[in-house]
Design a protein around this ligand. Structure first.
Ligand SMILES: CC(C)(COP(=O)(O)O)[C@@H](O)C(=O)NCCC(=O)NCCSC(=O)[C@]1(C)CCC[C@@]2(C)[C@@H]3[C@@H]4C[C@@H]5C[C@]3(C[C@]5(C)O4)[C@H](O)C[C@@H]21
Ligand SMILES: [Mn+2]
Length: 355
């Protein structure tokens, strides 16, 4: 069977463990994300707190050489049939769990400098998100501007915002305006900003896997119903790794609420929630059988496939098998859209070199 080439809207880079120790003064570095491995588990510390404990088998399953070594990554991309890829942090995602604005700002800045210098510089096929502080909107606005100068095309924010800072709150307006003005997309990756382990015991793993998509849905309800996306028609957001097929259903529910509860609705929007969503909200999936039918039958086409390399939730090392299962027999225009066309609406991708 022939190779299907796709670009991926979701992957991760594993940063050097000592990234912040090398970049920050000791007083801050010692509070930056850190992991300790004993013989059967890896513990993540952030600002003196235990954030997470994973069995070594889980941590190691996400660490092929390409996770950390960019030339190995590019070889994996070629072998798997992935042209360009959006790249999210790994250790850097823990910045979203901090409660200290200075620490968050300085760790984000150091991550962005490392990423621009040592990772993105390796190939135009790599489209990393920059990190901005979620704790202080002014810090986020200035780091977004710096990230644009460093060549980033989007910034990452957690799906669960800090306590007291819900995404419908006006405090965020300067960041929405700055992102729209700068032409930077805002990428929200599921499972971030709060512990994604919300259930334990029987069925816990599957319950948590589904629950992790809910905060991603709340990002959409909050940014659409509050008028943030309506006020900034050029602002695009991405909900990464949460699937795509829930978008039309969410849009229906929001339209119904907007119409049937009109007497309570504020602000009034210039467009229906569904119109805003279908135009400005992009999503990514890895395996969903419901993704192609969503584009074909429900008319929502801001749908992007993601490899989630090198995570277990992704398609590596069986990307071609997954792409054939998803796309064999599908209309070529739909394939083109989901495997790269939609991403090209959001980001500048290098032209493909014929394989
Ligand atoms: C085994 C249980 C049920 C505990 O039950 P028990 O006490 O033994 O009865 C529980 O620990 C569990 O469900 N463990 C499975 C793994 C997990 O944490 N699932 C959360 C939902 S999935 C998720 O949140 C994704 C989106 C996908 C998996 C990797 C994920 C956790 C990654 C991993 C871990 C950490 C969080 C992170 C970025 C990070 C650096 O890599 C994302 O923020 C988020 C992400
Ligand atoms: Mn991911």
């Amino acid at each position: 069977t022939d190779k299907i080439w796709a670009s991926s809207a979701d992957s991760h880079v594993l940063e050097p463990l000592d990234l912040w120790k090398r970049a920050l003064p000791a007083a801050l570095a010692e509070r930056a994300p850190w992991t300790v491995r004993d013989d059967n588990r890896e513990t993540v510390y952030v600002d003196g707190q235990v954030m997470r404990r994973d069995p070594i088998s889980f941590s190691d399953a996400m660490r092929p050489p390409g996770a950390e070594d960019v030339s190995a990554r590019l070889q994996d991309l070629d072998e798997q049939g992935v042209w360009a890829e959006v790249v999210f942090p790994s250790r850097g995602l823990w910045i979203s769990n901090m409660s200290d604005a200075e620490l968050s700002r300085e760790c984000a800045r150091a991550w962005n400098d490392w990423c621009a210098a040592d990772f993105a510089s390796a190939s135009a096929r790599l489209l990393p998100s920059a990190i901005v502080s979620a704790l202080d909107v002014a810090d986020a606005v200035s780091e977004l501007g710096r990230a644009k100068e460093l060549g980033f095309q989007h910034v990452y924010l957690p799906t669960t915002p800090p306590a007291g800072m819900p995404y419908n709150n006006e405090i965020w307006e300067p960041l929405w305006a700055a992102a729209a003005e700068a032409g930077m997309a805002l990428s929200f990756h599921v499972g971030t900003g709060a512990s994604p382990v919300v259930a334990r015991g029987p069925g816990g793993a599957v319950i948590n896997y589904v629950e992790t998509t809910m905060p991603g849905q709340r990002v959409v309800t909050h940014l659409v119903a509050s008028g943030a996306l309506d006020r900034h028609p050029d602002l695009r957001i991405v909900i990464a790794e949460g699937g795509c097929s829930w978008i039309p259903a969410l849009a229906d529910r929001m339209d119904e609420g907007y119409r049937q509860h009109d007497m309570f609705v504020r602000p009034k929007l210039s467009r229906l929630p569904s119109e805003i969503i279908f135009r400005q909200v992009y999503t990514s999936f890895q395996h969903d059988r419901s993704a192609v039918p969503t584009v074909e039958a429900l008319g929502y086409d801001k749908v992007m496939w993601g490899s989630d390399y090198p995570h277990l939730e992704g398609t590596f090392p069986n990307t071609q098998k997954v792409l054939h299962e998803l796309f064999d027999g599908v209309d070529q225009a739909v394939i083109d859209r989901i495997t790269e066309g939609t991403m090209r609406e959001l980001f500048d991708l290098p032209e493909r070199i014929p394989a």
